[in-house]
Design a protein around this ligand. Structure first.
Ligand SMILES: Cc1cc2nc3c(=O)[nH]c(=O)nc-3n(C[C@H](O)[C@H](O)[C@H](O)COP(=O)(O)OP(=O)(O)OC[C@H]3O[C@@H](n4cnc5c(N)ncnc54)[C@H](O)[C@@H]3O)c2cc1C
Length: 488
């Protein structure tokens, strides 16, 4: 009998698991895929939002503001990578100016400190960001905005939760729940688990889980967002996250450096019917390029690496749904943006709900908040990297573009989460994420995984079983063909 079972190992489920691991409880984390962070938490903008955007009075606005403040300490403990770059929300006309003033007022109401937000004008904007369009008139400067690597954060939370006693069971899709007087039977594709409490953090499927107990007061609308990602190092053309003035359709297309120094543009927002559709398409990417160039006109399309998409779990209610929906069953549903930012504060809120519902929460005295990073930053010349490609030691470089060593891959495989796919190792070490997109290193990574796990190379999957087929993506040659900026 578990005290608490969390369904879904995205950033929300993992943040809750880690927070609960501070207490003397028997905790189970169930995930249907072969790794943590395989849903929205692996494919988003990675922005730690500043708390000025979400409408004052909503749960989103409160938890985003609180979550943002928790990132420095969380990153100091878990080393997943976080930088407070700041952000600019650009305005190009009078309508934008009105909306930027409203954003500023909304930010102050949400609790953002006056030293963290400021309205600035053309000269100051171009001084801070010389590559921003000369057509800019006004901007909101938000200094508390940051960037993070969302999947590394989720992995770090999960690893630390496991270190502190949480049991993670992968490839366990919850297919039914039976309710008894003081516990639930949770039936998965592999087993049946008994648990006194359930926390539903199943992302786009949180409505389906809720329906299993007859709770139908919301549904999830999947909204896809596509992105284009550029070479590592190219993120330097801007210093901050560059937003456009939001509309009622959302935050619009942003241009941002990623935590590891790539440039990224996107996302659009399209309601879709298939919750698994993570394809990308030319028409949408064209729209993204055109719109991003309004902010940063000289984006060089020759530097495109790849495209990807993520699906927002948009709630039909318009706000995060975080409540005890029936005795001992807590919905943490509809966590769309700014859910990544809010996740540490959501975890604290769930603790409060559990306390109010009568669960006895006693703090452990041996909770260990720390987790070492996996990636070891290296400054190696091309010549040095080439020399290290064939050396016979754990310092051997396996992925040339991202300079990933054998040692880092072995470390990634030995952290308590039973992963074995190249995709899982990629999210932990950055193998295959460089210029060649895995052409050079996939066979080498496969070999290290097979040796470390003592399995056959043929048994090392490229990615998760169900999504074994690569999602249809736009061919990179398309970008090369338009690199002369015909779209401008
Ligand atoms: C395009 C896009 C851009 C975004 N940008 C930002 C941003 O910049 N900043 C920000 O703060 N937020 C952003 N977000 C929002 C953020 O990504 C989400 O709020 C967050 O990732 C939600 O986490 P989650 O754990 O609720 O969901 P998920 O990460 O989707 O996790 C849910 C998990 O539940 C599992 N699951 C589902 N059904 C079952 C089942 N039956 N049994 C077992 N497991 C199950 C899934 O496999 C999945 O792993 C963005 C989202 C998108 C899509």
């Amino acid at each position: 009998m578990y005290d608490i079972t969390i369904i879904g190992a995205g950033v929300v489920g993992c943040a809750i698991a880690r927070e609960l691991s501070k207490y003397d409880l028997k905790i189970l984390l169930l995930e249907k895929t072969d790794d943590v962070s395989n849903g929205a938490s692996k494919a988003n903008s990675g922005i730690v939002h500043g708390g000025y955007a979400a409408k004052h009075g909503t749960l989103k606005s409160k938890l985003c503001f609180e979550g943002n403040k928790m990132y420095d300490q969380l990153n100091n403990e878990l080393n997943f990578g976080f930088k407070r770059t700041g952000a600019l929300v650009l305005g190009f006309d009078e309508e934008d100016e009105k909306n930027i003033n409203k954003l500023y007022e909304n930010g102050l109401k949400n609790g953002v400190d006056k030293k963290d937000i400021k309205i600035i004008y053309k000269d100051e904007i171009l001084n801070l960001e010389p590559n921003v369009s000369k057509n800019v008139k006004i901007a909101l400067l938000a200094n508390d905005v940051g960037i993070t690597s969302p999947y590394e954060m989720t992995i770090a939370l999960a690893e630390n939760a496991i270190k502190n006693g949480v049991e993670l069971k992968l490839e366990n899709e919850v297919i039914n729940i039976e309710e008894f007087s003081d516990y639930f039977n949770i039936i998965t594709t592999q087993n049946t688990y008994k648990s006194r409490y359930i926390i539903n953090a199943a992302g786009v499927y949180s409505d389906k889980i809720s329906n299993m107990l007859g709770i139908n007061d919301f549904h999830i609308i999947p909204r896809k967002g596509q992105y284009i990602i550029f070479h590592k190092g190219y993120g330097k053309i801007i210093n901050r996250v560059i937003f456009q003035t939001p509309t009622n359709k959302g935050k619009g297309i942003l241009v941002t450096p990623t935590f590891h120094g790539n440039l990224m543009i996107g996302p659009n927002a399209d309601e879709i019917s298939n919750k698994e559709d993570v394809t990308t398409d030319i028409e949408t990417l064209k729209y993204i390029i055109k719109t991003a160039k309004k902010s940063v006109p000289n984006i060089d399309l020759r530097k495109v690496l790849t495209s990807f998409s993520g699906i927002r779990p948009t709630p039909s209610t318009g706000d995060f749904i975080i409540k005890e929906a029936k005795e001992r069953f807590i919905n943490v549903a509809g966590i769309e943006s700014p859910g990544l930012t809010s996740s540490p504060a959501i975890a604290k809120m769930v603790i409060g709900i559990l306390k109010n519902s009568g669960l006895n929460l006693t703090k452990k005295n041996d909770f260990d908040p720390y987790r070492n990073p996996i990636i070891i930053p290296k400054k190696l010349s091309y010549k040095e990297v080439n020399k290290m490609l064939e050396i016979n030691s754990d310092e051997q470089i396996i992925c040339r573009c991202e300079m990933v060593s054998k040692k880092e891959i072995i470390d990634a495989l030995n952290r308590g989460i039973p992963i074995k796919s190249i995709d899982s190792v990629k999210r932990r070490t950055r193998v295959t994420m460089g210029f060649c997109q895995g052409e050079f290193c996939i066979p080498r990574v496969k070999k290290v995984i097979a040796e470390t796990l003592n399995i056959k190379e043929d048994d090392v999957p490229v990615r998760e079983k169900k999504s074994g087929i690569l999602p249809k993506k736009v061919n990179l040659n398309y970008f090369k063909s338009i690199f002369d900026n015909k779209l401008q």
